[in-house]
Design a protein around this ligand. Structure first.
Ligand SMILES: Cc1cc2nc3c(=O)[nH]c(=O)nc-3n(C[C@H](O)[C@H](O)[C@H](O)COP(=O)(O)O)c2cc1C
Length: 510
């Protein structure tokens, strides 16, 4: 990739030099180069704008391309910095500066041709294209050096996506209400997922596939270990597009037995200082029946799971709440949906009554009620992350007594307002808001609990690592600690959709 960029810059600067040298020669010998119809090279090259202080502009172009060529050659020779007036300057910084200058100046020349002279010179346009390409290649090179891609950019497309997302789309999205953006992106994703051509385009742009990433776990073949966590595609709209984005698996939901319109708005916010989202959806869901109707004729191209939780409501008793979850499972089990697994969400902190199944006694009651359903597909429990190791250990011990529970997901959002991984200013804001945090504030706690589960139940449970994955290194850290698979949402919001390919690329490289 690096060599590709360096050779690209070198080649384009040579082409630019040839173009500028030819125009300079023609100008000095007072002749005009051949032109093609539709262009009017003569008007441009003989105009008063074609010289500066009596020197042909093309000569300045020649000097510009020559300097660009020299720096590209230095870079290929691995000379990464030069010292001028006792100051160490990085060659990629100088190259970027040169290319910005070149792009701006050629933009000015294009403006002169299009607006002032109203005539186009083929050679000058060629030079403008060369400057634009040099600019793009230099920006890519600069960002590769600076590490804009979380670790290793998987392709030039990945760098371009990362840049576009970081500097254009994210700032734009962050101007609007977070839930509005989420709903809009879901609509766009659903539309893109409906046609083969757009799916292929998205896949070309973002996805990274490598045979070394394939894993078979609990009888399910995962094309890669990176999944979309529950909560993003809560109404099952994105089955078409997510494989093209590069995900290896995907959880729909959390789905509840009865529909729920969601908690009062605002339901979603951002804490950029903490790299977190503030979530207060409270299981917004169209309900199990509607999801089943939607999915019964869907063929999944990656393993897809259904996350099930209790309908967000006030219950007369714990038994009623358990009955609600059991009813939801029964509906799905009676359907013909080809989901690969289920998640049992016991850890949503945004619902009425909080997290009722996060004590060993209550969890056991729930699992005892689910056991007679003889669920064949693996069930993974989505765990809370704010409990102590001892409390979490008690839940793991209980879950380990039920053979249909195949795995554990650590974990859900953090509701702990003393969480040290939240920026102090966000903690103040958080205390005044409703909702709980995803992203980096969940990173350390989920890691600790993954390592704990690996140590004590590594042979018993499949472990899924979720929380604060923003890069390939982050995903790898969770895998090294003991996770078999990883899931994310917030990293994608902060870094862009190319993150999934980048993570997979990083994992494959290592
Ligand atoms: C907008 C949003 C909605 C969520 N809704 C759910 C949900 O319905 N069910 C669930 O199990 N987890 C839900 N979560 C938690 C995520 O699945 C995940 O566990 C958590 O965000 C940590 O991962 P992340 O840091 O990669 O986002 C939600 C998270 C976000 C950001």
């Amino acid at each position: 990739m690096k060599l590709f960029l360096r050779l690209g810059i070198l080649s384009v600067s040579i082409l630019g030099m040839m173009d500028a040298a030819y125009l300079t020669y023609e100008k000095l010998s007072r002749t005009l180069p051949p032109c093609i119809s539709g262009f009017d090279c003569g008007s441009v090259l003989t105009s008063s704008w074609s010289s500066l202080f009596g020197v042909p502009l093309s000569f300045f172009g020649l000097v510009f391309y020559f300097i660009t060529f020299i720096f590209a050659a230095l870079h290929i020779l691995e000379i990464d910095h030069i010292t001028i007036l006792n100051r160490k300057l990085h060659t990629h910084d100088i190259q970027l500066g040169l290319s910005i200058f070149g792009a701006l100046f050629s933009g000015y020349l294009v403006f002169l041709m299009g607006v002032i002279l109203q005539a186009w010179c083929l050679y000058c346009l060629g030079s403008a294209v060369a400057c634009l390409v040099l600019f793009i290649l230099n920006v890519m090179q600069w960002y590769l050096k600076r590490g804009t891609c979380s670790d290793l950019c998987s392709s030039p497309r990945s760098v371009v996506s990362a840049l576009l997302y970081q500097y254009i789309f994210k700032p734009l999205f962050f101007l609007f209400d977070a839930e509005f953006v989420h709903v809009s992106m879901t609509t766009i994703g659903k539309t893109l997922g409906s046609w083969g051509v757009t799916r292929r385009l998205v896949s070309w742009m973002f996805a990274y596939a490598n045979k070394t990433l394939i894993k078979t776990i609990d009888g399910i073949r995962f094309p890669n270990p990176v999944g979309l966590a529950a909560g993003f595609d809560y109404n099952a709209e994105l089955c078409g597009i997510l494989p093209s984005v590069g995900f290896g698996w995907h959880t729909i939901g959390t789905v509840t037995f009865r529909p729920y319109a969601g908690n009062a708005k605002p339901r979603l916010g951002r804490f950029p200082r903490s790299n977190a989202l503030l979530v207060n959806k409270g299981f917004k869901s169209v309900g199990a029946q509607a999801i089943i109707q939607k999915l019964e004729h869907t063929t999944f191209t990656i393993p897809t799971g259904i996350s099930i939780g209790s309908t967000n409501a006030t219950y007369a008793s714990l038994d009623d709440q358990i009955a609600d979850i059991v009813s939801c499972f029964k509906l799905f089990l009676a359907s013909t949906i080809k989901n690969a697994y289920y998640e049992l969400n016991i850890s949503c902190p945004n619902t009425v009554g909080g997290q009722p199944f996060t004590t060993a006694v209550r969890l056991k009651k729930l699992l005892v009620a689910l056991k007679p359903l003889r669920i064949k597909k693996p069930v993974y429990i989505k765990m809370p992350i704010d409990l102590s190791q001892k409390e979490s250990g008690a839940l793991l011990k209980t879950a380990s007594g039920f053979s249909f529970i195949k795995g554990i997901i650590f974990g859900n959002l953090t509701k702990d307002k003393k969480n040290p991984d939240v920026h102090p200013m966000d903690t103040v804001l958080w205390k005044k808001s409703r909702g709980n945090l995803s992203g980096k504030p969940t990173w350390n706690r989920s890691n600790t609990l993954i390592a704990y589960t690996k140590k004590h139940y590594g042979k018993r449970f499949t472990i899924i690592g979720t929380g604060g994955i923003f890069s390939g290194n982050d995903a790898q850290k969770k895998l090294v600690l003991g996770a078999d698979l990883v899931q994310l949402i917030t990293g994608m919001i902060y870094k862009g959709p190319q993150l999934i390919g980048e993570i997979n690329h990083t994992l494959a490289q290592r």
